[in-house]
Design a protein around this ligand. Structure first.
Ligand SMILES: Cc1cc2nc3c(=O)[nH]c(=O)nc-3n(C[C@H](O)[C@H](O)[C@H](O)COP(=O)(O)OP(=O)(O)OC[C@H]3O[C@@H](n4cnc5c(N)ncnc54)[C@H](O)[C@@H]3O)c2cc1C
Length: 504
């Protein structure tokens, strides 16, 4: 076996599918005998959607989606950020509840030759210079599997992280969040602005209401209503303990001080928040990804981060298995994705302060924050942070796009430009020639079979050519009209740095 992935959540299954696509022999070990039906995330959001577009897979995910794309309005620290007034919102979402997402990712991985072994729990780990071995508890008793690499995608309480001895510092907040979508009972009327009118009680405004006991939010839409509470509570609920309507109702009463009539539940979840990050994502042959590597104290960003970890790691591991990876390539995974998680921790920690700030000071902070986001530039910056595309600035003197994601905005093309559906199909990097620079294409041909070459014309091109890695990160760019010699030398260096020695 080349790679063992521990954990069949979104991160592990995404990684397995990416590895399978590159021909890497991969096995997924999952301790649950059956896929979990627990409704956790409601869908995908952020840069992962753009990456799936480049893989040529977005349409397939859309087919599985459970509803039209929601408008680009997202919660942020007890506020709503409205990106709909921007022509090209930096952050978008797709409705695809986690059980369906995991089903789709599992199917995709299995089609690509990955073996998914359910009912197998990783309980031990050892590694040497040649291999890593994971000890298992399975339906037929103890077992062990060896591979060249192992990736712990086994969630926030990761056993692999513990066995590898990787510290996981940070904070857990004594706060419980409850979120439900319910039918609207007779005693409630949904108002045009999304607020609720309660017979005998009065009106509850749409959006967030901060009280001394916590935060309440509601949103009515047609014949459904969304209800959310957050309150300080020390109880640790297991992921498998379902929430009840009575529990939600009691929480609303504590936070808001009223009895809110609730209809039949359509979807209910309860969760808590932590802000933690593993000190390193790699120890020898063992890697961490997804919740095993980081936990963020705000919603809507974790699956995106985990799947982007997977996309970053997969091609680097494939390169090592296939023997072309340059020295140090595998170490860039931990550095790059830890830096990305730092950016996500920055905005999610800030959301905690916004959400938990009570009294006039908290109200003023939220009001000022909303005033600032009325301006386009701060709103864009926040959107890019939420989407995971703002991964910090490049420190080199290279082209400003180097080190950033190839977003539609960076490429200066329309959202989901159809010419780029499948740009990174098959998980290959691509040299995107935007100015008919034949000498650059010829040079990249020396990496044929490893690097694809594509030409395109863009009205206001951001660069003459871009070398885009399989995870949609820009590895190199030729400035507009850069002299041939300098451009060739830069491209050769970038190709060698990321994709090893030429094939021919
Ligand atoms: C109620 C709720 C709502 C959420 N809403 C959102 C949202 O809207 N958007 C969002 O992005 N995120 C959301 N999240 C977070 C999101 O669900 C997680 O970030 C995501 O599941 C992490 O994926 P993962 O694959 O890294 O880990 P997990 O999904 O935790 O998967 C880990 C897998 O590893 C398995 N495993 C664990 N230990 C072992 C072992 N020793 N051996 C073998 N297998 C093992 C587990 O059984 C599990 O299947 C929500 C979470 C909760 C609880």
């Amino acid at each position: 076996m080349d790679v063992v992935v521990v954990g069949a959540g979104p991160t592990g299954l995404m990684l397995a599918g990416e590895l399978g696509q590159s021909g890497v022999r991969t096995m997924v070990l999952e301790r649950r005998p059956e896929p979990s039906g627990t409704a956790k995330a409601g869908g995908l959001a952020g840069q992962i959607l753009q990456l799936l577009h480049y893989r040529g897979e977005l349409a397939g995910f859309r087919e599985a989606s459970t509803g039209p794309a929601p408008p680009a309005r997202f919660p942020f620290g007890g506020l709503h950020l409205d990106f709909t007034r921007l022509e090209d919102p930096p952050m978008g979402a797709m409705l695809l509840p986690q059980p369906q997402l995991e089903g789709l990712l599992a199917e995709r991985a299995i089609e690509r030759g990955v073996e998914v072994r359910r009912g197998h729990e990783a309980v031990g780990l050892r590694q040497d210079e040649d291999a890593v071995t994971v000890e298992l508890r399975g339906p037929d008793g103890p077992d062990a599997v060896s591979a060249r690499f192992l990736v712990g995608c086994d969630g926030g309480r990761s056993r692999i992280r513990e066995l590898a001895g990787i510290p996981f510092p940070g904070t857990s907040f004594p706060e419980v969040e409850r979120l439900a979508s319910l039918t609207v009972p007779d005693a409630v009327t949904v108002l045009d602005d999304g607020g609720l009118e309660i017979a005998g009680t009065g009106r509850i405004p749409f959006g967030y209401t901060a009280t001394e006991r916590g935060v309440f939010a509601c949103s009515g839409m047609g014949d459904t209503m969304g209800v959310y509470t957050a309150e300080v509570e020390e109880t640790e609920y297991g992921d498998d303990v379902p929430m009840t309507v009575a529990e939600l109702s009691a929480s609303v009463t504590r936070v808001l001080g009223i009895d809110l009539p609730l209809g039949a539940p359509l979807r209910m979840t309860r969760f808590g928040y932590s802000a933690k990050q593993a000190d390193t994502y790699r120890v020898g042959r063992v890697f961490l990804a997804g919740d095993a590597a980081h936990l963020f104290p705000a919603g809507g960003v974790a699956i995106n981060a985990g799947m982007l970890d997977a996309a970053n790691l997969a091609w680097k591991v494939a390169g090592s298995v296939q023997g072309w990876a340059p020295p140090g390539l595998l170490d860039t995974y931990s550095d790059e994705r830890r830096a990305a998680a730092e950016r996500t921790l920055l905005h999610t920690r800030a959301q905690v302060a916004l959400r938990r700030g009570h009294g006039p000071g908290g109200d003023a902070l939220r009001a000022l924050f909303l005033e600032l986001t009325a301006d386009e530039q701060p709103l864009r910056r926040l959107g890019a942070l939420m989407a995971g595309t703002d991964v910090g600035s490049s420190t080199s003197d290279a082209h400003p796009l180097v080190g950033s994601f190839a977003t539609d905005r960076a490429l200066r093309v329309d959202h989901e430009d159809p010419r780029f559906a499948g740009l990174l199909r098959g998980g290959h990097p691509v040299l995107l020639d935007l100015a008919d620079r034949g000498h650059l294409r010829e040079l990249a041909d020396a990496w044929a079979g490893r690097v694809a070459v594509l030409g395109a014309a863009i009205d206001e091109r951001p660069a003459d050519a871009l070398l885009i890695r399989p995870d949609a990160c820009i590895a190199w760019a030729a400035t507009v009209d850069e002299p041939d010699e300098a451009a060739s030398s830069g491209l050769r260096e970038a190709l060698t740095t990321w994709f090893g020695a030429p094939t021919t």
